[in-house]
Design a protein around this ligand. Structure first.
Ligand SMILES: Cc1cc2nc3c(=O)[nH]c(=O)nc-3n(C[C@H](O)[C@H](O)[C@H](O)COP(=O)(O)O)c2cc1C
Length: 277
């Protein structure tokens, strides 16, 4: 009886959740899905397989969805997902995963939604979580993971309620995110480093898509590589020098907003996702 948890995490929230699940479930391997992206087929070995990832644009990150598409899940007789988010609706994430799994003759047996601090400081009014708020999130996360452990260990069916979905505005937002996230676009073209950049290379190290390359001690977001929109570069920069350029229709506020990384997440933790075990 082994469990495999495939995780994706830009700033450590989902990594923390994956680690907490591993603590609760015996014989569990944590596998960073980014480390396997160059494989054509990803073959599982566990009889229980889980996915842990953040919500991006009210749905599952494209990279997670395309990863699951490439999976050979023959070994799995139980599949679960746990997602971390700031708090918008996200039920389309599970519908999309369900659709991919169905084509493989599998289904999503259970899923959990966890509210955690936001790592997305683009917009005006973004709030950097305080130590107290992070601790409050964590206390709910711990309780929910305790219950979820029982669900997984007993291979029960469980669907977390997405309470946000009931509001019409939220419903519209989720619909929009769900549709737009399917359109190929390069989120990463908005990034740049301002004059505070010291050339330390942390952004290149944490960049999960490997879009950033240091050239003459300055980060260059390569046009030929698609960004995973994890915001690790933005949040881990020690000089807060990574910014997002406003577009014609949208104004970003990264120059005045703060940043967020999970209190336990280090640069090496995030960078390690790129390394094959
Ligand atoms: C590009 C981007 C888009 C996001 N979109 C949403 C969203 O639509 N809804 C939401 O609740 N949280 C959203 N978030 C916040 C993250 O889902 C949340 O902070 C998550 O816990 C981060 O997990 P990680 O540290 O494992 O990357 C977004 C974050 C980023 C970077």
């Amino acid at each position: 009886m082994t469990t495999e948890i495939y995780y994706f995490s830009g700033t450590g929230n989902s990594l923390h959740v994956a680690k907490e699940l591993q603590k609760r479930l015996p014989q569990t391997n944590l596998i960073p899905l980014v480390s396997l992206l160059n494989q054509d087929v990803i073959e599982t070995k566990g009889d229980t397989v889980g996915f842990v990832f953040p919500i991006h644009f009210a749905t599952v990150p494209m990279i997670v969805k395309s990863f699951i598409r490439k999976m050979d899940l023959k070994s799995a007789n139980y599949v679960f997902a746990a997602t971390t988010r700031e708090g918008t609706p996200c039920s389309s994430a599970f519908k999309k995963i369900e659709k991919v799994l169905k084509k493989k003759g599998k289904s999503l047996d259970s899923y959990l939604i966890l509210n955690m601090a936001s790592n997305d400081p683009k917009f005006k009014g973004w709030h950097q979580a305080t130590v107290k708020e992070i601790a409050d999130f964590e206390s709910v996360v711990q309780d929910k993971l305790d219950s979820f452990q029982h669900v997984i260990a007993n291979k029960l069916k469980y669907r977390a309620d997405d309470t946000e979905i009931t509001h019409p505005v939220n419903f519209f937002f989720e619909f929009l995110g769900s549709v737009l996230s399917e359109i190929p676009s390069d989120y990463g073209k908005a990034y740049y480093a301002d004059e505070n950049c010291s050339g330390c290379g942390v952004c290149e190290k944490v960049c999960l898509s490997q879009k950033i390359k240091m050239v003459d001690k300055k980060p260059v977001w390569q046009k030929t590589v698609t960004c995973f929109a994890c915001d690790a570069c933005l949040n881990f920069c020690p000089a807060q020098a990574v910014q997002m350029r406003s577009g014609r229709f949208i104004k970003f506020h990264t120059d005045t907003n703060g940043r967020y990384t999970h209190p336990y997440a280090t640069v090496n933790d995030i960078a390690a996702q790129k390394i094959m075990e």
